[in-house]
Ligand binder design. Structure first.
Ligand code: GAP
Length: 532
């Protein structure tokens, strides 16, 4: 599937618009239109229902059956600045960037790639932002231009190895930046903290500076005690949250994939340290299955365990659920969700002060004069098991998903073009649970009492489902319009309806039509959604 076709459908049919478009747009920010907001809301509701309401599966842990509880929370976006100091975001949440002195463009150091080439006695690193075949093609074109060679002299270019990251390059004087014509225009890499800073209060100065949250997770950790004390949950249990997060990404791109404002769906699952490996495996598998059940194909989805060197400073194990987004080179996958075993890093940091790894231990990071670098709250965030009389700091498993990346993956997966009667049918094959519109109601013609009957059915279904009424144009065109937005069912009121109260039920994917009594439409729709 070509990505630009999906992007144009999203704009044309009201799924996604560029933010502030009439002012030229704002890079890294997106608005969801009337259909997009329904789609994303359905995905978030499916997550909440499946993870929070339908949570208490019986699983076997330590040989004994165990249930787990799930509760929700909705925390503020702006929190006490100390939260970000103890979580590690203040010191560690940064990317490295490089600036091009010629094009004035800024790049993420690890996202620039390139190839070494020798020609006319000179060795140059030709940089690009593309990967795969596109990257190879681009670097070849740039090299021909740079060495002033014609296409037929392409064999004069001697390539030294494949596309590699700019991180592997030490001599920037030999680098031709992606949008530059001369060598050596990149600055040396500089650190850039990704948190958006803001000042609290009208008279606030630097001492009142804080940040828009870069993840929803920390709100859950700092409320751990409040939830335990107020809802009487017992370990093991999870706290779930859906909400906006903000990251000042250096190079937002690939539609909504990397944005500066996005929504996360996060669970912090608290358990006894001895049970944490089992719960880690449980969440890793359960979250992968969730995407498959909602329609992503297993051939495009992978569960990838991080190598030891990829793990965050606190993590004892992390797996990513990744999707083969069509904008990535063949064989490459993009992260949809991370499932991390965070140990007791977060709760301990918020008690004692920011932790760092020392050998196999986590210890409070100290300044040169031996004081904690970032002081914790000093509050007790341990858990007391009143049956075993044991007090301990729970371990945490964190399934952390992006609602916008999920929405984008479901859109990419759903997009199909089919040849029908010499025409191309564009159809979004969403799972009915997440489809923005569940059914469309049509009167075959605008006379003979058909509109009245169709409107009565529409009014009735509207109380329970997201339905759409359309009486404009030929029936075939009305079907196509609904296919293009992924409506699973079209229901037509025709001449036969006036005789026997039956309607035509047309299925989006099979294109099969059947007649059913008008009184059973509501039940059929319920079944369709329940069995999806
Ligand atoms: N609390 C852990 C955490 O935030 P993360 O891997 O940084 O982990 C989790 O983020 C998920 O949030 C990602 O898998 C992705 O789906 C989403 N996400 C992260 N940065 C994003 C961005 N700039 N734009 C859109 N989604 C993003």
């Amino acid at each position: 599937m070509e990505m630009d076709k999906l992007v144009s459908l999203c704009k044309r049919r009201g799924f996604l618009f560029q933010s502030s478009e009439i002012y030229g747009g704002l890079n890294g920010f997106w608005d969801y239109g009337p259909l997009g907001v329904e789609l994303k809301r359905n995905i978030k509701e499916a997550w909440w229902r499946d993870m929070v309401a339908g949570h208490n599966e019986l699983i076997i842990s330590n040989g004994a059956p165990s249930e787990h509880q799930m509760v929700g929370i909705d925390c503020s976006i702006i929190m006490h600045p100390q939260v970000w100091k103890c979580s590690g975001h203040y010191d560690l949440f940064h990317d490295f960037m490089v600036d091009c002195k010629e094009s004035k463009k800024r790049y993420r150091h690890d996202q620039v790639r390139g190839r070494w080439v020798i020609a006319k006695g000179q060795t140059v690193f030709i940089a690009t932002q593309s990967g795969g075949d596109e990257g190879l093609k681009e670097t070849e074109q740039k090299a021909l231009k740079f060495f002033n060679l014609r296409a037929k002299s392409v064999e004069e270019l001697v390539w030294e190895g494949p596309l590699v990251s700019l991180i592997t390059v030490t001599d920037f004087e030999k680098v031709l930046a992606p949008d530059s014509k001369t060598l050596g225009t990149f600055t040396t890499p500089r650190e850039f903290n990704l948190m958006f800073k803001t000042i609290i209060g009208a008279l606030g100065g630097e001492e009142n500076a804080t940040f828009l949250r870069p993840e929803t997770a920390q709100g859950i950790f700092v409320n751990f005690k409040n939830v335990v004390d107020s809802s009487r949950v017992k370990l093991p249990f999870g706290i779930a949250q859906i909400g906006k997060s903000f990251r000042n990404e250096i190079t937002p791109r690939n539609f909504t994939f990397r944005s500066r404002e996005f929504e996360q769906m996060e669970i912090e699952f608290f358990c006894h340290p001895s049970e944490s490996p089992q719960w880690y495996k449980y969440w890793r598998d359960r979250r992968y299955k969730w995407y498959i059940d909602l329609g992503l194909s297993s051939s495009k989805l992978q569960l990838r365990d991080h190598h030891a060197e990829e793990l965050s400073h606190y993590s004892c194990g992390t797996a990513d659920i990744e999707y083969a987004f069509p904008f990535l080179p063949p064989g490459e996958f993009g992260e949809l969700e991370g499932i991390a075993h965070r140990g007791d890093f977060d709760l301990k940091s918020h008690m004692e002060g920011k932790l760092v790894r020392e050998g196999n231990d986590l210890v409070v990071e100290k300044t040169e004069d031996g004081k904690p670098k970032h002081r914790g709250s000093g509050k007790d965030l341990t858990y007391f098991n009143d049956q075993t009389r044991e007090r301990f700091t729970p371990h945490v498993i964190e399934p952390s998903a992006g609602a916008d990346r999920g929405t984008l993956a479901f859109l990419c997966e759903a997009y199909h073009e089919e040849q029908i009667d010499g025409e191309i049918r564009v159809v979004l094959k969403f799972n009915p649970r997440i489809a923005p519109v569940k059914a469309a109601i049509f009167p075959l013609v605008n006379k003979d009492g058909m509109p009245e009957k169709a409107q009565a059915l529409y009014g009735d279904l509207k109380k329970e489902f997201a339905v759409f009424y359309d009486d404009g144009g030929a029936i075939g065109r009305r079907y196509r319009r609904q296919d293009e937005i992924g409506t699973p069912v079209c229901i037509t009121i025709d001449g036969q309806t006036l005789l026997d109260d039956s309607v035509t039920w047309r299925d989006r994917d099979s294109l099969q039509q059947k007649r059913i009594p008008i009184q059973t439409v509501r039940e059929e729709l319920r079944n369709l959604l329940q069995n999806a």
